[in-house]
Unconditional design. Structure first.
Length: 327
């Protein structure tokens, strides 16, 4: 990732710290960064108001066998694209919704808990929606990058020593599948609303003791069923050109290319998919020149890449949460 201005360096460090431990106390972040608690708190508030920063709990479809993760590409008549995107954004099972292809296509990811839910969305609700011309649904098979691993992990905003000091200590592994139970729903809902909610606030939301809440949250995180993530507007730091790539790699090179994508600084998300192309990636670049260099030099140099379809996001409608978002 290219360097940013000195004025933004501390903001990037705070965001990187939150990607490493989204619930870290401001005092701990301040100590590692060598600034005051008040400075971190003030910057956090400013990032919320100016850069769309939100800290939210996320159900991890890649870890929970009962969830299927889909990429939807919905081609629309131009007059209906925005309304369709906003309708999808209001659903709790969708994320990463944007307008691409000059505003005529809505792309999003969706987590569905059962085949009936998938059929209802893909064969029931969407096909009956006015202004939809075509729907392409690709099941996500394997995540190479994204989820708990944030884009700023590769930024160099923090030194290795700072990152090590802020990384969360590994929790004891828990046997059995990663499952969010009905009893967990109030806890998960509270974290989805505010990933930094205090234990007293979580106790009030769930009716369980603070110690029970902490134990259960630790178990859900350790099992991989839940993680706490940050969303923010990368355009605030000069990276104003997010693009989705649908990549076709030779089958023998699929895993190798996916692993290589995961190391690229521009890549915020990469996964193997079903469909005509077998990889999807989201890259974040400063401008079209940066995107061209990435496509021609870094991606183009990977052995086994046969075809690339690039779709710049005209507008991002939803990241992890649904609210007006610049970008």
């Amino acid at each position: 990732m290219e360097s940013t201005t000195v004025g933004d360096a501390l903001d990037l460090q705070i965001l990187h710290a939150l990607e490493l431990d989204a619930r870290a106390p401001f005092s701990r972040i301040a100590t590692v960064l060598g600034v005051s608690d008040q400075t971190v708190a003030r910057r956090f508030r400013r990032l919320r108001s100016e850069a769309g920063l939100r800290v939210v709990g996320v159900r991890c479809a890649a870890a929970e066998d009962s969830l299927d993760h889909w990429l939807l590409r919905v081609r629309c008549a131009p007059e209906g694209a925005t309304a369709i995107a906003e309708a999808l954004a209001k659903r709790p099972d969708t994320a990463w919704i944007g307008l691409t292809s000059g505003g005529t296509e809505v792309t999003c990811t969706a987590n569905v808990r059962s085949r009936d839910d998938a059929d209802d969305l893909l064969l029931g609700k969407l096909p009956r929606t006015p202004h939809i011309v075509d729907i392409r649904a690709h099941q996500l098979l394997h995540r190479f990058y994204g989820g708990p691993s944030g884009w700023l992990h590769k930024s160099g905003a923090l030194s290795p020593e700072q990152a090590a000091a802020l990384a969360t200590a590994p929790l004891p592994e828990h046997p059995g599948p990663a499952v969010i139970t009905t009893e967990d729903e109030p806890l998960v809902a509270a974290l989805e609303a505010d990933g930094r909610a205090t234990y007293p606030e979580l106790q009030k939301a769930t009716g369980r003791s603070e110690s029970a809440v902490k134990r259960r949250m630790d178990r859900l995180v350790a099992s991989g069923a839940l993680y706490v993530d940050v969303e923010f507007d990368s355009g605030h730091f000069g990276f104003r050109h997010p693009t989705m790539l649908c990549i076709t790699a030779a089958p023998r090179a699929l895993h190798t290319v996916g692993e290589a994508l995961a190391t690229h600084p521009e890549v915020a998300y990469a996964a193997a998919t079903t469909g005509p192309s077998n990889l999807v990636a989201v890259v974040i670049t400063r401008d079209t020149g940066h995107l061209y260099r990435y496509l021609s030099e870094r991606l183009g140099a990977l052995e086994g890449v046969e075809h690339v379809e690039s779709m710049p996001f005209l507008r991002r409608v939803k990241q992890l949460t649904y609210r007006p978002f610049r970008g």
